[in-house]
Design a protein around this ligand. Structure first.
Ligand code: GLU
Length: 472
């Protein structure tokens, strides 16, 4: 543990939980059960890399079984350890509860640096890990459903699916054993951008609340808000894209090699292409370099989006953070000390376990699609379009006027899969934002939005335990 970090990640989750539990009146035993990690599976397995054998360390944690399956991503990183996976699994339980996704929390991790391996070697490691999960019944459509996380994506999910299917021949719902798959393998359209889009929907909803904006000294709406994004991975890239498209200005983007700044706004796709061709985010035309990547966290801006790893804002740099709103796109980017410093300064910290719930929400839609064996929109798209055409034709006949071509296209359009997924996500994020804000406003003693989010999660999980009864 570093000097700046007085608590382990799991301990800081417990601390936030306890802070919120004081505002509830649940039986202490129920609260203890909600906090506990139900099952921790730590494994070591050998994989032949080149001519030698490497022993790989990996985990899968099932934090809560109050609803099954358990749900949560698998990360590939050298930072993976039991404490981290436990903390992330716990956050998944609370995240799912807040956005009403009917799963318990889970998380997995393989302690490797994926950049050190060829795709073939990564495939071997992923398939062997999946086989270990199968052996102990730690994966399956009704038991535990992994997904992408830091260092993994659709490709790894396809390997997991293929390994699972090979070992469960004839299982009709097998595709639901993992989410975040490529669309050709049963994935759902809209999953890739889901977390970034959810971050945008959540922050946009907050920016549309006049009382909250007034307190922060900001104008209502997204237009011209200045945004700094840390991390240009999947979540950071898509957050930047939707903020830009929504009318905000992304004035800085940071990656591990440094950061770039442009007061007129950056285009994330151009920055991404620049990094791909030159190997670095630095020296992007028209922008200023910031040599130390963490300097970006201290820039003057309205909204700061940490979208990489945990603990990037701590007691040392928190006093220097000038953003009015921090949107936790990553899991656990603030240490508990940073949280307290920022909340005392009046910064609005929008907590990870609700704000980045877009990924698991769309995973839920993917899981439902796999179990129903039909693409969203397949049954109604054509019907809706025919009906819309008919209604529009009638209106035009009756009024003797014609709508423009672009209006016609818009009105007649029947929903595709991606339209329904985005709309389901928008509804989920708006509802969750309002629920948490209502809890926060209901009691002036509740110190911050994170505590309000935890209260929402605790109430939902505890209700579920209470209604379930405890097995004798
Ligand atoms: N890894 C993502 C998260 O932390 C997604 C999990 C999922 O889709 O199950 O929320």
């Amino acid at each position: 543990m570093s000097e700046n970090q007085q608590y382990s990640f799991f301990e800081s989750v417990l601390r936030s939980f306890d802070k919120a539990a004081r505002f509830t009146s649940w039986d202490p035993g129920i609260l203890e059960q909600i906090k506990a990690c139900n099952s921790v599976y730590r494994m070591k397995f050998p994989v032949k890399i080149g001519d030698s054998v490497e022993v790989i360390e990996a985990y899968r944690v099932q934090h809560s079984h109050h609803k099954t399956p358990c749900k949560g991503g698998i990360r590939f990183s050298m930072e993976v350890n039991q404490d981290e996976v436990m903390a992330l699994a716990a956050l998944m339980t609370y995240k799912c509860a807040i956005v009403n996704v009917p799963f318990g929390g889970g998380k997995g991790g393989i302690k490797i640096d994926p950049k050190r391996y060829t795709p073939y070697e990564l495939e071997k490691i992923t398939r062997r890990y999946t086989a270990e999960l199968i052996k102990k019944n730690f994966i399956g459509p009704g038991t535990d459903v992994p997904a992408p996380d830091y260092g993994t994506g659709a490709r790894e999910m396809a390997w997991i699916l293929d390994t699972y299917v090979a070992m469960h021949p004839g299982e009709v719902d097998a595709a639901a054993c993992v989410t975040g798959k490529p669309v050709s393998q049963g994935g759902v359209r809209g999953r890739t951008e889901a977390t970034g889009l959810g971050v945008f929907y959540g922050i946009r909803e907050i920016c549309n609340m006049p009382d909250v904006m007034e307190k922060l000294g900001l104008s209502v709406g997204m237009k011209d808000k200045t945004v700094v994004v840390q991390g240009l991975g999947n979540v950071g890239y898509h957050s930047a894209k939707f903020f830009r498209e929504g009318g905000a200005k992304v004035i800085a983007i940071a990656e591990w090699e440094g950061a770039i700044f442009n007061a007129d706004g950056l285009n994330e796709e151009e920055v991404f292409q620049h990094r791909k061709t030159t190997g670095t985010i630095l020296n992007f035309p028209g922008s200023t370099n910031l040599a130390i990547n963490t300097d970006a966290l201290e820039l003057e801006c309205d909204i700061l989006i940490p979208a990489a790893l945990e603990n990037v804002i701590n007691n040392v740099n928190a006093p220097k953070v000038k953003a009015k709103i921090i949107g936790e796109a990553a899991n656990g980017p603030l240490t508990p000390e940073a949280d307290e410093i920022l909340s005392a300064k009046g910064t609005l910290v929008v907590p990870d376990m609700y704000l980045n719930a877009g990924g698991v929400t769309v995973s839920y839609f993917e899981w439902l699609k796999n179990l129903s064996h039909v693409r969203y929109g397949r049954m109604e798209k054509r019907f809706t379009e025919n009906m819309n055409k008919h209604i529009l034709g009638q209106i035009e006949d009756l009024t003797g006027k014609q709508v423009s071509e672009s209006e016609r296209k818009f009105i007649e359009h029947g929903a595709d899969e991606v339209d329904l997924v985005h709309s389901g996500l928008e509804e989920t994020m708006i509802t969750a934002t309002r629920e948490i804000m209502d809890i926060w406003k209901s009691n002036p003693e509740i110190p911050d939005m994170r505590t309000a989010a935890y209260i929402s999660a605790i109430n939902k999980v505890a209700t579920s335990y209470a209604e379930l009864g405890i097995f004798p």
